[in-house]
Design a protein around this ligand. Structure first.
Ligand SMILES: [Mg+2]
Length: 345
């Protein structure tokens, strides 16, 4: 293809209220949108690293995108494979850069073919994606819904009270995912698991810090039947292999913004499925541009679990639309590319 133009623009999203987990609280998010134009058609990608999750910061991500742009300034014609390889080179140790470029390239390539990105990647892509809600979601409860709760590193009884309140709010119909964001040590995590054994818990997520030992993770698993998910600890296929080898994770949370390439995500999912483990695709609190691409990935790679993608409800406004959710389901539309209708930058 002939690349006519590349532009890179900053954006900022403001939270409706301060966003808190056990490690930090934030009021806004800063990211970059890359637009790649060919044949008069634009493909879009979002680079929005987050401190505490990402290897790279906001400025570094912007420089990474500029580096990619410079590298193809004098190219007349270049094919998709070469562009994807360039995205890997420029995205080394800065996965948000690789993800944004690949999102823009696949958005563009599928638009040029007049189909959605998910169908471009897989003609048998799923037509609906399940979505989890959050403890502050205000919706009518329904049986089997999945709700995520951010657990803080304060008094355990306080956390127990929070879990009960959320359970009551959704009239006991929700399966609960408890995200600890690595805040607990082994004894505390074991105590929490004991205290919640009779509650409807889908899994506990990242109970121990990223740098905790596999032995501690394994030991936690010996003390509880509650499935254990890993999030911050997983950003490439090697990290997944380690957890599989040591048998100490049941669920893998995949955040494309911290992984990078689409084929990397595909290979990670393949490995997880071969080992009969669970996974879901999850947001890093980025713009709807990034999350639209996540939906396409979840659909193309047949994600069957509730994904943590609908974080748009946390923000005052966004730079493009995001599909609505009904009873935990997003029905995929057939807009071309990643499904951006109109973008406001
Ligand atoms: Mg998490």
């Amino acid at each position: 293809m002939i690349i006519e133009k590349i532009s890179i623009k900053p954006y900022q999203l403001i939270f409706k209220e301060e966003y808190r987990n056990s490690q930090f609280s934030i009021t806004k998010r800063d990211g970059w949108i890359i637009e790649i134009v060919s044949d008069g058609i634009s493909g879009y990608g979002d680079a929005c690293p987050l401190d505490g999750f990402s290897l790279e910061g906001h400025s570094q991500s912007g420089y990474g995108l500029e580096g990619f742009k410079l590298s193809i300034t004098d190219c007349n014609e270049i094919d998709l494979e070469e562009l994807l390889m360039l995205s890997e080179a420029h995205g080394e140790l800065q996965p948000s850069v690789e993800f944004a470029i690949q999102s823009a390239l696949y958005d563009l390539a599928s638009k040029l073919e007049g189909i959605s990105m998910r169908k471009y990647l897989n003609p048998n892509a799923k037509d609906h994606i399940k979505i989890n809600y959050y403890s502050n979601s205000s919706i009518n409860p329904f049986q089997g819904m999945v709700v995520k709760i951010k657990i803080q590193n304060t008094n355990l009884f306080k956390q127990l009270d929070l879990i009960d309140k959320v359970n009551d709010k959704f009239q006991g119909m929700a399966k609960l995912r408890l995200d600890l964001n690595g805040a607990y040590d082994l004894p505390r995590a074991i105590r929490l698991c004991k205290m919640i054994e009779n509650k409807p818990i889908d899994y506990i997520e990242q109970p121990l810090p990223v740098d905790s030992s596999m032995e501690d993770m394994y030991e936690l698993g010996l003390h509880t039947d509650i499935p254990i998910a890993v999030d911050e600890s997983v950003n490439d296929i090697d990290s997944i292999s380690k957890f599989l080898d040591k048998q100490c994770a049941d669920v893998f949370i995949l955040k494309p913004m911290t992984i990078g390439g689409i084929s990397k995500i595909k290979n990670m999912i393949k490995l997880i499925e071969e080992n009969s483990k669970r996974f879901n695709i999850s947001s890093l609190l980025e713009s709807n541009v990034g999350r639209l691409c996540y939906l396409q990935i979840a659909s193309a790679f047949n994600s069957i679990e509730e994904c943590g993608i609908a974080t748009n409800l946390f923000f005052k406004e966004d730079i493009c639309q995001f599909p609505s959710i009904s009873n935990g389901i997003i029905n995929m539309n057939d807009l071309n590319g990643i499904g951006i209708d109109e973008i406001y930058l």
